[in-house]
Design a protein around this ligand. Sequence first.
Ligand code: NAD
Length: 492
Amino acid sequence: MRTVPHFIKGARVDAPGHSKVFNPATGEVAATVPVPDGDFVNEVVDGARNAAREWSLSSLSRRTNILFTLRQLLVEHTEELAAIISAEHGKTMADARGEIARGLENVEYACGLIEHLKGGFSSQVADGVDVHSTREPVGVVVAVTPFNFPIMVPLWMCANAVASGNVVILKPSERDPSVSVRLAELFQEAGLPDGVVNVLQGDATTVRALIEHPGVDAVSFVGSTPVARAVHESASKHHKRVQALGGAKNHMVVLADADLDIAADAAINAGYGSAGERCMAISVVVAVGDVAAPLIEKIVERLDKLKVGPGDDPSSDFGPLITKEHRDRVASYVSSAPDDGIEVVRDGTTLELGSGFYVGPSLLDGVRPGTKAYDDEIFGPVLGLARVATFNDAIDLVNANPYGNGVAIFTRDGNAARLFSRDVHVGMIGVNVPIPVPISAYSFGGWKDSLFGDAHIYGPEGFNFYTRAKVVTTRWPQPSESQIDLGFPRTR
Ligand code: NAD
């Protein structure tokens, strides 16, 4: 049985396996992954601290060169990386390639680090006094990532953290940990010194030990809302800089004037793509006015043609779920829906493909607050349809939801789209775009229970998060200016 190694100080480090890594397409255990003890965690943080100073002093041109090379390596290794992701996560190869491409954007953004790390300078703020500001690395950054984007989310964090001069300890999801090790090796091949990107495998105990360690300066977390909340609280208590991105319940509002074919395409793509295991997946279609009946008809027409199968079969539209437990949990929302007065328009839970963790696409009509299928993040191929009478009811529904990650509106009315974008309490909004993941020059982040902390991730806010501001006030007095003045320093 293969055991996924750690990657510490530039080398794979083997350790006894603990958690199981499945091949979700077959249900077989494909590997095991270690969970380190406290001594090993301490050793890794100590090593990271030792590497931090030298890397913080590395020249900006050297960092830029490394990131350019990494970009090229990621392009060249796309097929290999996608195959590793697909085998452990279950997503289709096309989807895995897509996540690599979106992760790559962050490397490309980080290549502009000379611009992003540029400080400010004010000349002659008082007689003979100048002021300049710099942004300096925070030091040792812990990056904790979820199973659903095993390379994109690590790249959201590692690219900007390394570009800013930090050392990273990446703690990947124990469900699909292998691709992180390859990513760290590619960083090394690109010229990154040993010990600047480390991969420490493990589980919740490992994360807790890292957060509590005095040698860790900052924590970037992406995962489910309960864990994000706990990580934010614990890291704050231990005086760490922390950003913790959580789960989601993304609505797609369809107005009466929308092109219903385009809206139905979007609902299918964003609702069932990657088996619904995306934090920006659409999980609730909000049909305004009389749109519900014709929209359901168009969604069903498309849904019935979807093909579920292994990720490495190019004809599969989506693959299995991550574990059997998750599959059963997702199926339970469909089977219990009628108890909440929800109509099951399509039931995908009966699908069986060998012993893989498959579930087919389901469509539920009549989800609403107070029903389990509406209130919980299902994180599977289950699309709910909510019916509301008016545009304002749709905004009220979105705003009453505790999550605020993404939302979309489908309409031909520019003014309605503008008012919607202004009034919804959500971090990322799509106008006729169902999965509005911002390009890397804009930061990514939800509101409310979808993000704990001030900083959104990647882009400009990412560079801010991974750096601290320093302001230097300078004077070169001449001997003739010698004087005693106990007053508070003045600029005028
Ligand atoms: P998860 O919260 O179970 O795990 C995320 C990470 O936290 C893993 O590395 C895991 O080992 C660690 N962890 C688990 N329990 C912990 C605990 N009690 N204390 C400390 N660490 C712990 O999430 P997941 O199931 O891997 O990922 C899916 C979730 O992530 C979904 O809710 C999804 O919406 C969310 N997600 C959010 C975003 C976003 O940008 N907002 C992006 C991707 C995924």
